[in-house]
Design a protein around this ligand. Structure first.
Ligand code: GP9
Ligand code: MN
Length: 687
């Protein structure tokens, strides 16, 4: 009897369980059937964000980051919940609009990341006017097939809608109270998820979220949608800050410069160039790794090699650009300030007061000018060169630009230099002393005007003797057909243009009393794989060496960063063989140029952020706008919180911490100087 009872109880329990299961299954089925659009919306939104991380950040813990997926799903559910406020027949439109919007965010970021290795910011919207001018470069370099993936969002939604619409599911009537109930329930789920998400956040997550400049980290923890929303807020913030945070900014600025005792210190190089004329060359995309490199015995950059070997060559020199690329370098070179944290100084802050090199030299009686054969408003140079103290800006309208003289973005460098020499002659006749910046253009990404660069092989050619004694030339493709290969061809052209320019200067006696200064403005943003091929080519297989091969040279992301060095050279026609003819191998950044040159020409900017390299040799630090930094001992990646040791010396935690603190305060002070116009003495007077 007892057994029968137990048996019956079991049967009842099992049946109950079965009923619950069937009911649950039924409920789930019903839910799925009635909420297909909402679910499709949520899934496509989460998939897009995950795929974006996959394309940009590669490692599995980044793209399958639990926090990011939870954040994306939460956002999608919260947005999606309001879809229920609409009648079923209008609901599709609501989801479609948001799906298009969120997919566009992914697509823009995907393309942006390819170009800048960073996520997009709305503070860059004011720069879209330049996209037309570098349009080809952008399209060729940036838009890739992968960026079209994100269309799947609206597309899938549309297909699903079409299918269910056919089945008339969404034609049914839902009364208002039912719609409200659905909205509140779904929203409640979203809010609970939001709560769970918030308690998973660490204090580091929150601090980085507030600062917003470690973009990869934020996207990894918060997902792309929250990142972008936060970006909108932080991009508007500087404008608001400029209205309210002046007091704090000025206080930290004063404190910072109280500690800077080195500014104005003299050394062996003080005043060595006083009274000399100056030609500064802005070498578009010129990189140090090409110096000394040759293919089949032909040098890529014979002119740069000659200048480097005869002059003062800074071989561990970095540009410190942010999204303002060329213009950021011009800012840093001229003022010893760093690029702004959001937007670009050239575009957003051209009305500020700058203590720029042309101004100092102008005070010493120099005539100062700049030359660049592109549109004067590109990067807002027309306004900004004036703010920097260039008395005259010779731009495109001052040059004769014929279609046959165009390479890449505009007038070819050879033609630019030839026409500039004529102007320099006139300037030289009229002025006792002069200082001019010449901005090159031809060697600009995407380096695809190959047929205009002239002959330069980046293959490997070998003469082999056959069995019958005859000789044959064998060609291995090597870098032919790669972007890096094309870059070398383009750079070879630019170098040749530079060589011809120096000859013309000599022929016109313009080198007699002249200091010739050259900097590479930033790296050429070339694919890492092309460098791997350059350093690990196996001609037998026309492929790269196996990683196990003893000759395999590792080229990882640190090598890539360290390889972004650009040349900085100071040269005069008779420097070779003197004690000024030397290599300076200590790390140095663009921000150190003004103090270094200032000392040589006899002026000191008391608000420079960099250092005279000859006062800090071996003890310098180069800070990058993204918070990374490099010294002679360490390259530190702030995004990952990791570093690469460059010496055998042990690196202490304290070393990393103090340099990271220094980096953060330098970036803060620099940003404050520009945003709050702290060098504007009239503003001080008004206080
Ligand atoms: C445009 C040129 C290029 O005039 O200086 O600017 P970039 O694209 O290198 O910033
Ligand atoms: Mn540039």
């Amino acid at each position: 009897m007892k057994r029968i009872k137990i048996g019956l109880k079991k049967l009842v329990n099992n049946t109950k369980k079965k009923i619950v299961r069937i009911k649950t299954e039924h409920l789930i089925k019903e839910y799925l059937k009635n909420n297909v659009l909402f679910l499709t919306f949520v899934i496509t939104v989460v998939v897009n964000s995950t795929v974006l991380r996959f394309f940009c950040m590669h490692s599995i813990e980044n793209y399958l980051s639990f926090k990011a997926i939870l954040a994306d799903a939460t956002i999608a559910i919260i947005i999606g919940s309001f879809g229920y406020l609409f009648k079923p027949k209008n609901r599709f439109i609501y989801y479609l609009i948001f799906d298009i919007f969120l997919s566009a965010i992914c697509m823009i970021n995907s393309a942006y990341y390819t170009f800048y290795t960073s996520f997009a910011s709305v503070s860059m919207l004011s720069l879209t006017q330049y996209i037309g001018d570098v349009g080809d470069a952008v399209v060729e370099n940036v838009i890739q097939l992968k960026d079209l993936f994100y269309i799947q969002g609206p597309l899938v939604l549309f297909v699903i809608y079409y299918k269910i619409n056919k089945k008339h599911i969404y034609k049914k009537i839902e009364v208002r109270s039912e719609r409200k109930k659905k909205t509140t329930r779904t929203l409640a789920v979203g809010l609970v998820m939001l709560f769970i998400y918030c308690i998973t956040l660490t204090s580091l997550d929150v601090t980085r979220f507030v600062k917003q400049w470690n973009k990869e980290y934020i996207v990894m923890r918060f997902g792309i949608y929250i990142y972008q929303a936060n970006d909108v807020v932080t991009s508007i913030q500087p404008k608001i800050n400029a209205m309210f945070g002046y007091e704090n900014a000025k206080r930290s600025f004063d404190e910072y410069f109280v500690d800077r005792k080195d500014i104005g210190e003299t050394n062996r190089y003080s005043n060595i160039f006083e009274g000399k004329n100056v030609i500064v060359i802005h070498g578009e995309s010129m990189m140090t790794n090409a110096i000394g490199l040759s293919f089949n015995g032909v040098e890529v950059t014979p002119t740069l090699n000659k200048l480097a070997s005869e002059g003062m060559y800074f071989s561990n020199f970095y540009s410190q650009v942010s999204v303002g690329t060329s213009s950021d370098t011009e800012l840093t070179y001229n003022t010893s300030l760093m690029p702004t944290k959001s937007g670009t100084a050239f575009v957003s802050y051209s009305d500020r007061i700058y203590r720029a090199t042309p101004k100092f030299l102008n005070e010493k009686g120099y005539y100062t000018f700049s030359m660049h054969a592109n549109n004067a408003d590109f990067w807002n140079r027309r306004a900004m060169h004036n703010s920097l103290g260039y008395q005259r800006f010779y731009a495109k309208s001052d040059y004769v630009v014929n279609p046959e003289n165009i390479i890449g973005l505009g007038l070819s460098d050879k033609e630019f230099f030839t026409q500039s020499v004529k102007k320099l002659n006139t300037i030289n006749k009229k002025n006792e002393n002069w200082y001019g910046l010449l901005i090159m253009l031809s060697n600009h990404t995407p380096f695809s005007d190959v047929e205009k660069y002239g002959e330069f092989d980046v293959s490997i050619k070998e003469t082999i003797t056959l069995e019958d004694g005859t000789q044959e030339e064998k060609v291995y493709p090597y870098m032919e057909g790669t972007k890096l290969g094309n870059y070398f061809k383009s750079l070879h052209y630019a170098d040749q243009a530079l060589g011809e320019f120096i000859e013309q200067l000599k022929a016109n006696n313009l080198l007699e009393n002249t200091v010739f200064i050259l900097y590479g403005d930033h790296d050429a943003r070339l694919p890492k794989n092309d460098y791997i091929r350059l350093y690990n080519y196996d001609k037998e297989t026309d492929d790269i060496l196996d990683e196990d091969d003893p000759n395999y040279k590792v080229f990882d992301s640190y090598q890539y960063e360290l390889g972004r060095k650009v040349p900085f050279i100071i040269w005069t026609k008779d420097m070779a063989g003197t004690d000024l003819n030397m290599e300076v191998p200590e790390v140095m950044g663009m921000v150190d140029v003004q103090p270094t040159l200032g000392n040589m020409f006899g002026f000191y900017n008391k608000y420079s952020l960099g250092h005279d390299i000859f006062n800090v040799r071996g003890n310098n630090i180069v800070v990058f706008p993204n918070g990374n930094w490099v010294t002679d001992k360490v390259y530190y990646n702030s995004q990952k919180g990791e570093y690469l040791s460059l010496t055998q010396e042990a690196i202490s935690e304290e070393y990393i911490k103090s340099n990271t603190d220094y980096t953060n305060s330098l970036l803060d002070v620099s940003n404050n100087i520009i945003v709050f116009d702290l060098l504007n003495e009239n503003k001080y007077a008004a206080e």
